[in-house]
Design a protein around this ligand. Structure first.
Ligand code: C5P
Length: 314
């Protein structure tokens, strides 16, 4: 990484960063590669559901983490935590293993929900530690580190709306007009991304097309700002695998459509379902009606696109 290595951490006492969750508006899955990942062509939209990571100086050489918020008890052991791995990677990159940090993660993005919550935490941790340690790191350099942590980690740094190729981590901005209003239906019990990709391979009857592209009708719909067209173009190749592993998704998707959502799609590897509304009033109505059916563990309203990871001013 081409940054100046500081001799000592900066004097900052506490840095807070928030990073958004995402919905895949389109997710096309290609062949499994030798490294175990699948080729993807995807369109991400960052939505207004944020995890917050606070970083403060910790005991020398240690990276400590504590969690609060939605589903915090479901997150794995400390050293597997992607935010911890992000801090460790940055420190290693700087050749400063003696630096310590204490991370506090406040979760709002569902855990194992297909909205890249763990990746948002990693992205926020990279930015928060870079600030805490006083590093003049360019966003592009953080994106390179993010890519080493996982396929979904670069996007929450970038935010907005982006097309992803390769493992989904080579990003280009997507032309998008207007704001989209979504209702999210959360299911109890998350899905493992690896398991969903595996099931996808088991279910796939024909080899995927090559080269893999994002659907032209979706890109046109995004650029037009017309939510009706966007709703009709939402697509996710992982949906059959997610539905096979979490059969309640069929009911949620069906309920969303019959209540008048413009589109209903499984978010990423699921099990969160995203319903597109016409506008914010429509989203409120949809959310109330969906809640009253009692099918979802939780119903949330969000909008997108929103910016990527940002330092929260004091
Ligand atoms: O990148 P991340 O570690 O979040 O991915 C979790 C798992 O999901 C990978 O180990 C892989 O099994 C699967 N995956 C994939 N192709 C991708 C992204 C993820 O097969 N493009």
């Amino acid at each position: 990484m081409g940054v100046t290595r500081p001799a000592a951490p900066s004097q900052a006492r506490l840095v807070r960063v928030r990073a958004p969750g995402k919905i895949n508006l389109a997710l096309k899955v290609g062949a499994r590669r030798d490294d175990g990942y699948h080729e993807l062509a995807t369109v991400f939209q960052a939505v207004s559901l944020f995890d917050t990571v606070s970083a403060e100086p910790g005991p020398p050489g240690r990276i400590e983490v504590s969690l609060s918020g939605l589903g915090a008890d479901l997150v794995g052991p400390d050293q597997d935590n992607l935010a911890v791995r992000a801090a460790a990677l940055l420190r290693r990159q700087l050749g400063r293993p003696e630096w310590g940090v204490r991370l506090q993660i406040d979760k709002a993005i569902p855990v194992a929900g297909g909205m890249a919550g763990g990746s948002a935490d990693a992205a926020a941790s990279l930015l928060a530690c870079a600030q805490l340690w006083g590093l003049p790191v360019e966003r592009d350099e953080l994106i390179e580190l993010a890519r080493q942590l996982g396929a979904d980690v670069p996007f929450p740094l970038v935010g907005g709306c982006a097309v992803g190729h390769d493992r989904g981590d080579r990003l280009l901005p997507a032309l998008q007009r207007g704001l989209n209003h979504w209702v999210l239906a959360l299911s109890g019990g998350g899905l493992s991304t690896a398991r969903v990709f595996q099931r996808h391979d088991e279910l796939a009857a024909t080899p995927p097309p090559s080269p893999l592209t994002v659907p032209a009708d979706l890109m046109t719909a995004l650029a037009s700002g017309d939510p009706v067209r966007l709703g009709a173009a939402l697509t996710n190749d992982l949906a059959p695998a997610a539905r096979a592993l979490a059969p309640q998704l069929d009911q949620l998707l069906e309920a969303g459509r019959s209540l008048g959502a413009l589109g209903a799609v499984v978010s990423g590897s699921g099990p969160t379902v995203a319903l597109l509304a016409r506008d914010s009033a429509h989203a409120i109505k949809l959310a109330v009606q969906l809640s009253s059916l009692g099918l979802a563990q939780r119903v949330l309203r969000v909008h997108g696109p929103v910016p990527g990871a940002q330092v929260i001013p004091d």
